[in-house]
Design a protein around this ligand. Sequence first.
Ligand code: GAP
Length: 516
Amino acid sequence: MAQEDVFKKLVAHCKEYGFVFQSSEIYDGLGAVYDYGQNGVELKNNIKKYWWDSMVLLHENVVGIDSAIFMHPTIWKASGHVDAFNDPLIDNKDSKKRYRADVLIEEQLAKYEDKIEKEVEKAKKRFGESFDEKQFRETNGRVLEVQAKWDELQARFVKALNDSNLDELKQIIIDQEIVCPVSGTRNWTDVRQFNLMFSTEMGSTADGALKIYLRPETAQGIFVNYLNVQKTGRMKIPFGIAQIGKAFRNEIVARQFIFRMREFEQMELQFFVRPGSELEWFQKWKQTRMNWHQALGFGKENYRFHEHDKLAHYANAAVDIEYRFPFGFKEVEGIHSRTDFDLSQHQEYSGKKITYFDPELNESYVPFVVETSIGVDRMFLQIMAATYAEEEVVSEDGKKDMRVVLRIPAPLAPVKLAVFPLMKKDGLAEKAREIIDDLKFDFNCQYDEKDSIGKRYRRHDAIGTPFCVTVDHITLEDNTVTLRYRDTMLQDRIVISDLRSLIAGEVSMKKLFAQL
Ligand code: GAP
């Protein structure tokens, strides 16, 4: 199936099974804003728990906070967001559609990459086992020609970004003959900067109202609480502060479902270190975070690091962790070495001293910071994309059937156990409820008595429930049930009293942590 179709199916599945809904849908929706449904919120909470526990429980020098979304407006002046949190936008005069100029150019680069990959794939098929991919990439004329175009464009693009040269960005779009995907024309406006922050007013009187911003990242809430936490927690450098919370960005191009939203959630860690040690810590966190992703078992080949071509105004090193989505490799998480930029700026703008006295060095300094920043929603989309599968199965009556299954790692699955009475009568329903009552404080359980057992399996496969239990007449005699495993569809007859420990071992976060 084409990757575009897979993605369309995924979006439809998210709605049909109560994972994600368009916000304000009955009013025709609100662009790039989404609500999470009954299964979505469970998955989202589990993602957050996986992250929070891996940061705060597993690192004795990391603590968490929950800062307010509204903050003093000077914070955003100090952080540089008022002046520099911009994206370069360009409009097509015919379609009146707006685009990010940098994204149009990135897509052009991706087209060259695709061309190269297609050449490699063709050659692979042609030469079979004897194919030497490295040699082919280094010597094939067609590949070298496209690679040279890529190199030239990339170099020009990076220079334009680093010089903030908007005219050059437009010139690149013209020279590359990039057309608007809607009108198909090259009738472009000039490139302009567009600030991504939402603002509102706080205060009741028109005169006294204060212009404030909805935070575009949670990180600043950590920086301005650095002193509070360091002092009250008696934290010694190196130490970290973790936070999960909403962030808001007025994205110019909001496409690809929950990949780029205007209201989203971040999980961020600011790790405070001695000046001069930041690049070593940057390397450590880079690897720690990659391990966290790969522990989910979605295939190492589907992740890669992407070094930043243009560093943000606060960073001296930056890398993204990218995942292979159905629409290509895209950023899920950013790791930045933010130097002492933020704390120094807040020191200057607030007039408060923000330093750390290092007893080992017997000196005070402004700490340097390594940040890890991941979007909950992007992580959610990654999990849905990685685990969605359509499979041919043989149904109970021997007929071929299709099932849609979400192979979500059991610790993250919205529902852990579904319990089905074979039929409602003969006390089977009561027995099924008894099992749920006994286990409902340990894991998220669901009772289901409607339709055939096969249909009930399908419903739970579609939301990723790892275990289903069927209560039948034999259960009433010997307290055993049929336990059915989502991934293998195999069934076991087991004693009810063994259910708790068997399921607990599989759904515990420890299962994931053991691989970190
Ligand atoms: N504090 C650093 C920071 O905010 P970022 O690279 O702009 O860095 C970090 O954002 C992460 O937040 C991204 O890797 C992505 O997962 C998520 N994110 C950013 N913008 C987003 C958006 N519009 N919608 C959904 N997730 C977003």
